[in-house]
Design a protein around this ligand. Sequence first.
Ligand code: ZN
Length: 233
Amino acid sequence: MRWVDTEAICVGRRRLSGADRLVTLLAPDLGRVMAVARGDCLPRNRQGGALEPFGVSRVVLLPTRGGGLFRVDTAERVRHFPNLTSDLTRCQAAGLICAWARGLSREGEASGPYRLLASALALLDEGEPVLPLVAGFLWRMSGELGVAPDLSACAGCRLPGPHEMLRIDPGGAVCGACRKPGDLPVPPPCGPALAVLLAGADAPLPVLSDQTARPLISLAQAYLRGHFGVGLP
Ligand SMILES: [Zn+2]
């Protein structure tokens, strides 16, 4: 593979020996990739803070011998989200959605998940309510990954919905008669909100109370873990 010049969001990083850092990047055409940033831990590093979390950067990546890992040649921040680092709650929410983006992404084309993450970080920075935004991000991520539940009819008997249970595999609503162990209950006020959240990644987020958004976040996390296994946030 040749060098690549791409936009990317840093979704994880850890220190290597010396002043080097290993960063996990999400890029629209590459998906999740790992890259070594030489000297990134030095106070005046050549990346100039472009690989700090929660911002959009333009990076030039060079393949390393053996493949599978890149080296950061240059990095430049192209979009700052200053409010994310100055507000603890927003910072935590940004950390959570980046961790989920990291856990759910793979190498390969990922323009949908990338767009969703960039848009969620921008909305968090602009002051949108935090919990509805996290709920929207997680449920829309299920759509981008092709596992959004079908809420229109029961996955067992096809009785038209809405229903108050969710089955992880195949993703869908289930009626009381078809309920099995392992199905996830959808708290009553959350059903209609979930349907709106799943309506489309580009639709505006519905206005949700924190009381509705909080169980939708827990439900999304259980649902995504059920699909994609352990090792997730
Ligand atoms: Zn049924």
